[in-house]
Design a protein around this ligand. Sequence first.
Ligand code: ZN
Length: 202
Amino acid sequence: MSIKKIVPYGNEVLRKKSKEVSKISKKIQTLVHDLLDTMYANNGVGLAAPQIGENLRVFVIDVSTGKEPLNPLVFINPKIIQKSGACSSYEGCLSFPEAYTDVKRYAYVKVKALGLNGKPFIMEGHDGSLLARAIQHEFDHLDGILFIDHCRSEFEANRILHEKGLQSIEEDKLLSEPEIEEALADIPSNPGETVVPEKKEV
Ligand code: ZN
C-alpha cells in the first residue's frame, strides 16, 4: 500500500467515465488501500480512483476529518438510488489544490455500493451533511464530472481556475441543474443563523 500522486486538473483521466469493477481482486484491494493512504496523507475527506489514475468505479470517504476514531468508508460500483432537497456549500477537490467554490448539491442521498468484502450495503447522507456532499462529489468523479462543473457560470468557473493558475473549464462541461435550483429557491434566504463555510477538499 502506498501514497500515490494525485492527478491534477487538466489530466484527461479526470474527464473519463470510469468502468465498473467486475471482481474484488487483489488489485482492487490494493487500489482501495492506496486511495485511503493517499486521502489521509493529503488530509482529504474523500478520494476517487481516477484521482490516482485508475478509471474504475471506486471511491473512499472519511468524514471524521482527522479526529480519532477514523472512519474509512469504501464504495465500489456505487449507485445513487435516491436524492432530494438541495444545499449549497463551500467545496474543494484534491485535484485542484486550494481552489474552492460554492457548490450546489442534493441535501439527501441514498447510495448503494459494494464494500471491500464484496457485500452490498446502503448508506444515506442527510441534511446537506459533509457525508451527503462527499458522496455526490466522489460519485461525480466516476463520471468524469468535476466540482467546478457545478459553477453558476463559465465566468465564475474560470475566475476560480485562473486565480490558481489552472486552465479554463472545457467547453460544455457546466452542468444545468434545474431540479437543485428549484429546491434551493424554496429555502428561505434568511434562515436566522450564520453558517460558517467549511473548507474541505474531497
Ligand atoms: Zn474531487
